[in-house]
Ligand binder design. Structure first.
Ligand code: LMR
Length: 327
């Protein structure tokens, strides 16, 4: 009899747990990079914090490496309710807002301190809700870092890029930036870049030290120019409908967890700049080229006219505010 009672109790407990889990709010977080990156680590930190603070109430599933969705379809999937969190690069929102194109303007930010200043200032904060009419809500910015140019040949002067094919993210500003130096830009998802480089279907690409390292681009690109010519940062984004419908005892906890996860990701981003650059240099697979001031000035001169082309769509006020963050 006692055995039966124990078994019944165990069964009841198991059923109770199963019901609690079935009731838990499921949050799928999809991203395209490796786990050993600022975004990969941020997503895992968010899972850890959210699940420990809301046990049984929230379940977070993280899908790295474009396992669930890639750059081209994650935002559509979000609006359909198939994924609840993502953090695409700021260059991948062209279809939803033209304002975020400000972050793609070449040679806009002199360093990550300027980026942080602009993002946390009034103009940057306003941009978080720039897609609310489309159903997307920005929860915060996450850093990766400044971009470097890589190619199968040495890129010292803008004319070295003439005639080469570069993979770009889905951004018209980035297309114009490469056209300005006589190169051909190709919009391709991040998941395809390694193969395109390896098979020499393209000649080069632009990315941060952490992406070049974690996706092994340095193994198939002999030359990297330490150009710091642009930015890859992220907008952590969710569906406004999903977020606003969350219970009142859940949403603030998730907001706090996200804020802390972003701070953690930002700390990793800072470490990766020097750490992954050194790992690449130590590998001996790529040579890293430093530009002289005169060489850098040539790249600035060639690429900066792109600003004027997009000032109308972005808004001169926004550009001015971003420039002012360098002071
Ligand atoms: C890229 O497509 O190169 C990057 O946006 C990937 C990423 O998410 O860092």
């Amino acid at each position: 009899m006692r055995v039966l009672t124990a078994a019944t109790t165990a069964l009841a407990l198991m059923l109770g747990m199963a019901t609690a889990q079935a009731d838990a709010i499921k949050i799928k977080f999809a991203h395209v990079v490796a786990e050993n990156t600022p975004k990969g680590q941020m997503a895992l930190k968010f899972k850890e914090l959210a699940e420990s603070r809301l046990p049984g109430k929230v379940e977070v599933e993280v899908y790295p490496n474009s396992q669930l969705f890639n750059d081209n379809n994650v935002l559509e999937a979000m609006l359909l309710g198939d994924v609840q969190l993502a953090a695409p690069s700021l260059s991948k929102f062209n279809k939803y807002t033209k304002k975020l194109q400000v972050f793609d303007l070449p040679f806009l930010f002199k360093d990550m301190t300027a980026v942080e200043k602009f993002q946390s200032g009034p103009e940057g904060q306003k941009l978080l809700s720039s897609m609310s009419s489309k159903g997307l809500l920005g929860l915060g910015y996450l850093h990766n870092g400044l971009k470097q140019l890589s190619a199968s040949k040495e890129l010292r002067k803008p004319s070295d890029a003439d005639g080469l094919k570069f993979r770009i993210q889905s951004s018209d500003v980035l297309a114009a930036q490469f056209e300005a130096v006589g190169a051909t830009p190709l919009k391709k998802p991040f998941s395809e870049v390694f193969l395109l480089l390896q098979t020499k279907a393209i000649d080069g690409q632009e990315n941060t030290w952490s992406n070049i390292y974690s996706k092994k681009f340095f193994e198939v690109q002999e030359h990297i120019t330490a150009s710091n010519h642009g930015l890859i940062d992220y907008l952590v984004v969710t569906s406004a409908e999903f977020w606003n419908d969350l219970p009142d005892d859940v949403r603030p906890v998730l907001e706090k967890s996200m804020k802390e996860a972003i701070a953690h990701g930002n700390m990793i981003a800072e470490q990766k700049v020097t750490g992954d650059r050194k790992r690449i240099a130590d590998s001996g697979r790529s040579t890293i080229l430093e530009l002289s001031d005169a060489e850098r000035a040539m790249w600035v001169k060639a690429m900066k006219p792109v600003w004027d082309k997009f000032a109308g769509e972005i808004g001169q006020d926004l550009i001015d505010a971003a420039v002012a963050s360098n002071n």
